[in-house]
Write a protein that binds this ligand. Structure first.
Ligand SMILES: [Zn+2]
Length: 162
C-alpha cells in the first residue's frame, strides 16, 4: 500500500468511528413512496451492524441519493475504507459513485449539503483528503478529473461553513 493511501486510511479510521444503523424510516431521504428508498431499505434489512459488508455497500452505492443524513453517517466509515483499501491493481467501483455524489451540479447542491449535514467538520475535511487522494489515483485521477474538481470545490464550501 502506498504511503499516501496508508495515511488516508489512518485518518478515516480516526475521524469516522463506526456508528449504529439508523432505525426504520430514518435511514432514507424520501418518505413519500419513493421506489428507490423502498428498494434501499428492503435490500439493507439484513444488514444491521455498524460496519457494512461488501454486499451491503454494493447495494448502497447505486442509491446514495436516497440515503438520509443519518444513513450517510452510518455508511461512510465502511464505504470510505472500501474505496481506499483495495489490493494493488484493483479499484472499488463505489469510489466513482462517491466522487459523483460529492460534486453535485448547481441544482443538487442544497439537497447534497443536507445529506452531508450529520457529518462534523473533521469528517468533511477528511472527505476533502479523500478527493485529493482520488485526484492522484491513476484511475480516478484520469477518468473523473472534472468531477473531482467539482467535489473539491463543493466540499471546500461546506468546510468553510462548519
Ligand atoms: Zn428516495
Amino acid at each position: 500500500m502506498q504511503p499516501s493511501t496508508q495515511k488516508l486510511l489512518g485518518l478515516v479510521n480516526e475521524v469516522f468511528p463506526s456508528v449504529p444503523k439508523p432505525e426504520g424510516p430514518a435511514l432514507c431521504a424520501h418518505q413519500h413512496g419513493c421506489p428507490h428508498c423502498n428498494y434501499l431499505s428492503k435490500a439493507l434489512e439484513p444488514y444491521c451492524l455498524p460496519d457494512l459488508s461488501q454486499e451491503a455497500l454494493s447495494v448502497v452505492h447505486r442509491e446514495m441519493t436516497c440515503l438520509s443524513a443519518a444513513g450517510w453517517r452510518w455508511v461512510m466509515p465502511s464505504y470510505l475504507r472500501r474505496c481506499i483499501d483495495m489490493p494493488d491493481g484493483f479499484v472499488a467501483p463505489e469510489a466513482e459513485f462517491l466522487i459523483y455524489n460529492l460534486g453535485p451540479g448547481e441544482k443538487f447542491r442544497q439537497e447534497t449539503a443536507e445529506r452531508l449535514s450529520a457529518l462534523n467538520g473533521a469528517q468533511i475535511r477528511c472527505l476533502i483528503k479523500f478527493i485529493e487522494w482520488c485526484s492522484e489515483h491513476e484511475t480516478w485521477g484520469a477518468e473523473c478529473r472534472a468531477e473531482i474538481g467539482e467535489a473539491r470545490e463543493f466540499l471546500g464550501s461546506l468546510a468553510a461553513q462548519s
